[in-house]
Design a protein around this ligand. Structure first.
Ligand SMILES: Nc1nc2c(c(=O)[nH]1)N[C@H]1C(S)=C(S)[C@@H](COP(=O)(O)OP(=O)(O)OC[C@H]3O[C@@H](n4cnc5c(=O)[nH]c(N)nc54)[C@H](O)[C@@H]3O)O[C@H]1N2
Ligand SMILES: Nc1nc2c(c(=O)[nH]1)N[C@H]1C(S)=C(S)[C@@H](COP(=O)(O)OP(=O)(O)OC[C@H]3O[C@@H](n4cnc5c(=O)[nH]c(N)nc54)[C@H](O)[C@@H]3O)O[C@H]1N2
Ligand code: SF4
Ligand SMILES: [Mo]
Length: 704
């Protein structure tokens, strides 16, 4: 039987809208939703059917038999696995208190379900991946604008100039944003790209600044300096909405383009030419404030600087600028009902909210649980449930994490794959893939907000279950079933939709429910009330930061040079992989089977490394090392080496990715403790590695 359903991609967490065709329970075609993406989809999105068919993923619940990480598993039924987990959870609750259980997830629109579970269980310790992703950007925006990272959307399509600092969008994809950028370029808009190496995005750009690693903040300060010096900023906007501008003017006086040019290794002339170009394009100029900015010691301040540049452009709620996303309330529609349970009034184990008062309490900071585990301070952490999260891939130094996790009595991985953490854990609950399950309905805020849904395209290939079912079953077993008032996905959807007046049939026509026909814009001269800061203004000086003993305007400090013989390790994404969970996909592993080490030609020459040679890459303390092929290029800064994240996996049942390439996070020794006290994120790019030509290279290459 042929079927066509609208749904939502799940090959990465961008969640593009899709339409899926199937025949006799086999997916035969996937495309981007024509009404939103005009059919566009990335390679990963197209590889969904290979994920469903992949037998190298867990096919039923598994309980560990041998030692942790040994890989001996007992195949069990769902009731057995769920009983096992709930009995352990109850025991831990009695012995140590409910707060000793942590639940981490990938965040996103379905986190209400996971938060409800852990809060109703009695623990405040919900966390997510974001300390290695967007936390610095999020906190930067909160500290200035009073709204978080998702408090703005970027009207790239209508912009005249888009500036990206290491936002490598044509590899690190978000299809909607990519399409908008292509439209902008076609309409004559300009793209400026800043990176330590040339990239898929850089080659589409009109201007490329190749900077010394870790010097973005210097370039940003010089841009602010020059715009203020030339009086080329939106003075009316600043007057109306901004506080602390005088302090900013005084602070940036020292940071001239000449100074920044030297610091970054670029030409002052190019900075001036850039400023000349953006002035006439104002306010249709977007400085992207960054996404994965868990990189350098000052990435938080760099992101704040990018927000300040947007403020100088006066681009908020302007066509071609930063727009405030609109929700159901703006359309006169009541919002969706959501699963909910108030957070228990207990200190978080990561210290967020009481020890670190300046951070958003929401998901806390995942890396701060390890200390708590080891020292049992403020209390013991005895269980960790990872829902669509792989701490060993997503966070640095899994070697140290393993030692900390040994303090736990229960580790659970709810995953579609064997994750590195799952392989080490006590129980694996296999979730059905995104094509085989439904998810709760969510609101997608924008100028034209909509309700979006993931529907099941095919029945599960194996004995796997959807998340909504797993959490309901676990909840009932630990006596909090009343927080999950449904027995089927349809019941859950109806319950969610009730206040809105829509029904599930309303999704049939387009795959989503539009809440308005016309885009909603606020009057840019009446933005009072939109900035949720203490003063209601855009605050360049943040009292919250200053109260925490942190500066609002931080003096620039030059990044340290790599120790002799070493390189700074920088990482990023490939357009055909999603972090670590597609490297074993049958199709995608063919497109990119392993990662390589990008190294500058001159630096490689000095080490006798030729393109394609095997090199050994070792962590700073040489406790982890491995071989990979060198990709010798001119267009990477000589202080840095670069690799794509997600490789070097060590799960024998995943034969395509087993020991394919090298893992960047395993090279990041000690980085769990190297984090930004102001932004909250881990400083992933503050790692150095040793590179040597491998003795395994043949002495001479013979063409056979
Ligand atoms: N060294 C280094 N560290 C990094 C990064 C880096 O580039 N280098 N990148 C950082 C960034 S930006 C991020 S966002 C994080 C990502 O870190 P994570 O969020 O941990 O990574 P993911 O690989 O996206 O997904 C985690 C797990 O979710 C599983 N999964 C995928 N789909 C599903 C599903 O439908 N259901 C369930 N239950 N599980 C699913 C995957 O199999 C995987 O095991 O890592 C960060 N850490
Ligand atoms: N294909 C694909 N797309 C994805 C994802 C995926 O896994 N695969 N993941 C999604 C997620 S979770 C995220 S967070 C985003 C991340 O998207 P981005 O924020 O664009 O992050 P990365 O891909 O980590 O890009 C890192 C870039 O920063 C550069 N860089 C390193 N040091 C410096 C520096 O000092 N200055 C500058 N200017 N650049 C520097 C690196 O060379 C690299 O090109 O991508 C999303 N999109
Ligand atoms: S970017 Fe690609 S993989 Fe990610 S949701 Fe969109 S189509 Fe799927
Ligand atoms: Mo991310």
């Amino acid at each position: 039987m042929k079927k066509s359903v609208y749904s939502m991609c799940g090959m990465c967490t961008v969640r593009c809208p899709i339409r899926v065709e199937s025949e006799n329970n086999k997916v035969t075609w996937i495309e981007g939703n024509q009404h939103i993406l005009g059919g566009a989809l990335c390679a990963k999105g197209s590889a969904g059917p290979a994920l469903v068919a992949d037998r190298e993923r867990p096919q039923q619940p598994l309980i560990r038999e041998g030692a942790r990480g040994e890989g001996r598993w007992q195949k069990v039924s769902w009731p057995t696995a769920l009983d096992y987990i709930s009995n352990k959870l109850k025991k831990i609750k009695t012995e140590y208190g409910p707060e000793s259980v942590v639940l981490s997830s990938r965040g996103g629109p379905w986190q209400n379900m996971y938060k409800t579970f852990i809060h109703a269980f009695g623990s405040p310790n919900y966390t997510n991946h974001d300390c290695t992703c967007g936390r610095n950007t999020h906190h930067a925006s909160l500290s200035i604008n009073g709204v978080g990272r998702k408090g703005f959307i970027y009207d790239i399509k209508n912009a005249k100039h888009l500036i990206l600092f290491g936002r490598n969008m044509f590899a690190s994809l978000r299809i909607g944003e990519n399409l908008q950028t292509m439209d902008m370029l076609e309409n004559g808009g300009k793209l400026t790209y800043v990176d330590v190496r040339q990239t898929m995005t850089g080659i589409k750009a009109d201007r490329f600044f190749q900077v010394r690693p870790g010097t973005d903040y210097a370039l940003i300060l010089a841009m602010i300096h020059e715009l203020i010096r030339r009086d080329a900023y939106d003075a009316d906007f600043v007057e109306r909405y901004v506080s602390g501008f005088d302090e900013l003017t005084y602070f940036v006086e020292q940071y001239t383009p000449d100074w920044a040019a030297k610091e970054c290794g670029i030409k002052a002339k190019a900075i001036h030419a850039f400023i000349d170009e953006i002035i006439p394009a104002m306010p249709k100029v977007i400085f992207h404030p960054g996404w994965n900015l868990s990189r350098y010691k000052d990435s938080f301040y760099a992101s704040r600087g990018l927000h300040i540049l947007n403020v100088l452009m006066g681009n908020i709620e302007q066509k071609g600028g930063l727009l405030i996303p609109k929700g159901p309330g703006d359309c006169g529609v009541k919002g969706l009902r959501a699963l909910d349970c108030p957070k228990p009034d207990i200190k978080r184990a990561d210290g967020v909210g009481w020890k670190y008062k300046h951070f958003d309490k929401g998901p806390g900071l995942a890396h701060l649980f390890f200390d708590a585990m080891e020292k049992e301070d403020p209390y013991p952490v005895k269980a960790w449930i990872a829902m669509r999260h792989d701490p060993f891939s997503g966070m640095p130094d899994p070697q140290r994490q393993k030692m900390s996790f040994e303090h736990c009595d229960l580790l659970v991985s709810i995953d579609t794959h064997y994750s590195e953490f799952g392989w080490f854990s006590d129980v694996i609950l296999p979730e059905s893939t995104y094509l085989e399950r439904e998810s709760t309905i969510c609101v997608q805020k924008s100028l034209k907000p909509r309700l979006a849904i993931r529907k099941r395209a095919v029945e599960p290939e194996f004995d796997t279950k959807p998340g909504w079912w797993i959490f309901k079953q676990l909840a009932e077993r630990v006596d909090i079933g009343e927080y999950f008032p449904y027995n089927s996905a349809e019941e859950l959807w109806s319950w969610q939709l009730e206040p809105t007046g829509f029904t599930i049939a309303d999704f049939d026509a387009k795959g989503f429910v539009p809440l308005t026909d016309e885009p909603i814009m606020y009057d840019p001269l009446k933005l009072e009330g939109q900035f949720n800061t203490p003063s209601g203004k855009i605050e360049i000086i943040s009292k919250k930061l200053e109260d925490a003993g942190l500066p609002s305007l931080k003096e620039y400090q030059s990044p340290i040079k790599p120790p002799k013989g070493m390189f700074r390790l920088v990482y990023g994404r490939s357009a055909v992989h999603s972090h670590g969970h597609t490297t074993n996909n049958p199709l995608l592993s063919e497109l990119m089977p392993e990662n390589s080490l990008w190294i500058n030609t001159r630096a490689a020459d000095k080490l006798g490394i030729a393109n394609g040679d095997l090199v050994n890459v070792s962590s700073e303390d040489e406790s982890y090392s491995g071989p990979m092929h060198a990709h010798v290029v001119d267009y990477i800064h000589p202080e840095a080496v670069y690799m794509v994240h997600g490789f070097g996996k060590q799960i024998p049942l995943q034969t395509r990715s087993y020991h394919a390439g090298i893992s960047d996070q395993k090279l990041m020794i000690g980085k769990l403790d190297d984090w930004d006290q102001a932004g909250g994120a881990i400083n992933l790019c503050e790692s150095f590695v040793l590179v040597r030509r491998s003795v395994r290279n043949p002495k001479r290459r013979v063409e056979l």
